[in-house]
Ligand binder design. Structure first.
Ligand SMILES: Nc1ncnc2c1ncn2[C@@H]1O[C@H](COP(=O)(O)OP(=O)(O)OP(=O)(O)O)[C@@H](O)[C@H]1O
Ligand SMILES: [Mg+2]
Length: 159
């Protein structure tokens, strides 16, 4: 796999549906162990994007924001999906003491909102998504950090 694919993809998402549809697209080619981090200020669409992604992996139940629970898990015949939100996490120590690091060591697909607080104690995300306010919509920047991320992006056919 060529490494020059590790470029940034930038898109404008004019509506909530476009954010969700981007999540749908990112569900293509998802493999066990993939880790995607979602950066962006409050309300930029991280959970909306995640809903699209998880729904397209075949989950029919409502996808709740894990702001208070820190973690929501979903299982399909092929995957276990762990959706984290670390907005309320105070330190990496709290993360480690709760044993949450183990979720990143197995085959789970991990999706993380507010990843910065734990960045020093977990591996680099395969894909980083940055959401920013832009006029009435959002600007999104998608970046691959690993070979797995490159493969993933290739399968989405995102340009
Ligand atoms: N592209 C878009 N254009 C306009 N509104 C959007 C877009 N994408 C999402 N939204 C809206 O932004 C609001 C916040 O979305 P969401 O809860 O997904 O944000 P979040 O980043 O997860 O927030 P938090 O930081 O609190 O976890 C929702 O009302 C959603 O409908
Ligand atoms: Mg959220």
């Amino acid at each position: 796999m060529k490494t020059e694919l590790r470029s940034h993809i930038t898109k404008f998402l004019g509506t909530e549906k476009q954010t969700r549809d981007l999540g749908h697209l990112m569900a293509r080619g998802v493999m066990p162990k993939f880790y995607i981090s979602l950066n962006g200020e409050l309300g930029t669409g991280k959970t909306t994007f995640t809903r699209g992604l998880i729904q397209n992996l075949g989950i029919k139940q409502p996808i709740k924001s894990p702001t208070y629970s820190l973690l929501e898990t979903y299982t399909t015949p092929n995957h276990t999906i762990c959706h984290f939100d670390f907005y309320r996490l105070i330190s990496p120590l709290e993360f480690l003491e709760a044993g949450l690091g183990e979720y990143f060591e197995s085959d789970n697909i991990c999706i993380v909102e507010w990843p910065n607080v734990v960045a020093s104690v977990i591996r680099q995300p395969d894909i980083e998504v940055d959401l920013q306010y832009s006029k009435t919509g959002r600007k999104v920047i998608i970046k691959s950090n690993t070979k797995s991320g490159d493969t993933w992006l290739l399968k989405t056919s995102l340009k």
